[in-house]
Design a protein around this ligand. Structure first.
Ligand code: FAD
Length: 266
């Protein structure tokens, strides 16, 4: 049994871990992929105060080392389900009805916690069915930095029109023989040998849809206090409703959610 389980080891989750651990709580972070979150594919960050030009992996490894040093535990398991522990439904103690206990099922085990912070961020929006069919056997990538090198000297296409698409085009121009560019739902050019998709991001919140309120776009409804519609469940970082999704706002949420969870436990 942990005091606080945090789901997601991006900047929001790891910052929440640092704050909760320093407050003397037992903390476990469950991370489905690798620690660092969506920024780990970015080579230069220019707006993180105090470390101008730091790379995503370097910044995230520093934060990871700090969290581990302060006693945070991380298990690399994907959370599949959260349920309220049934024994609390029968308690006669009114206070305990609010102080719920949570069971968390992952792809490799089961855990319990007195409070849970959801910090699952966002994931790339997937290609439409029509374009997936057009792609046929050709590889589809959501990360030029990760996969671009496989297509050295070959023609590739980037789909999308936002800043991420621009970043992917710039990166691939130094590698591919030709970088074609189309918008969401345009036909995919036949000569492209690989398809790079940058058509926005969606919140990674499907696992929680029956537990907390989501807005029309799937973000967890929570204000600056990071409290969700369910007592004992908190949301931090890009997965919650907010106006600016950046490293610094996600880190701030981590601190706020940890403090809110600590208050809840008290
Ligand atoms: C290409 C790109 C460039 C960017 N550049 C900048 C920049 O220069 N400056 C800036 O401030 N911001 C930048 N951002 C935005 C910034 O990366 C995000 O705002 C920030 O990373 C959000 O952090 P987070 O912790 O909320 O979520 P994320 O970083 O998305 O982390 C969420 C974590 O949760 C994990 N997870 C999800 N579901 C589960 C589950 N069911 N079980 C277990 N783990 C799960 C994921 O694997 C992930 O590791 C950029 C984003 C992108 C995509």
């Amino acid at each position: 049994m942990y005091d606080i389980i945090i789901i997601g080891a991006g900047i929001a989750g790891m910052t929440a871990g640092i704050y909760a651990s320093r407050a003397g709580k037992t903390v476990l972070i469950l991370e489905g992929k690798m620690h660092g979150g969506q920024i780990i594919n970015t080579s230069v960050i220019e707006n993180w105060p105090g470390d101008y030009g730091v790379s995503g992996p370097d910044l995230m490894n520093k934060i990871y080392n700090q969290a581990i040093e302060l006693g945070v535990k991380i298990e690399y398991e994907e959370v599949l389900e959260i349920t309220r522990k049934p024994e609390y439904a029968t308690t006669e103690d009114a206070a305990d009805e609010i102080r719920q206990l949570w069971s968390i099922k992952t792809d490799d085990g089961d855990y319990s916690a007195k409070a849970v912070i959801i910090a699952t961020g966002t994931e790339p929006r997937k290609l439409s069915k029509k374009q997936t069919e057009e792609a046929g056997e050709r590889p589809i990538s959501y990360c030029a930095t990760c996969d671009g090198a496989f297509y050295k000297g070959k023609p590739v296409v980037v789909i999308g029109s936002g800043n991420t698409a621009k970043h992917e085009i710039k990166y691939l121009e130094g590698i591919a023989s030709e970088v074609l560019h189309i918008h969401h739902d345009d036909p995919i050019p036949e000569q492209a040998e690989a398809i790079f998709v940058a058509i926005g991001r969606i919140p990674t919140t499907a696992v929680f849809k029956n537990l907390v309120d989501l807005d029309a776009n799937g973000y967890i409804v929570a204000k600056e206090d990071c409290k969700t519609s369910t007592p004992g469940l908190f949301a931090a970082g890009d997965c919650r409703t907010k106006t600016i999704r950046q490293l610094i706002t996600a880190a701030a949420d981590g601190a706020t959610a940890a403090e809110a969870a600590i208050d809840f436990l008290a």
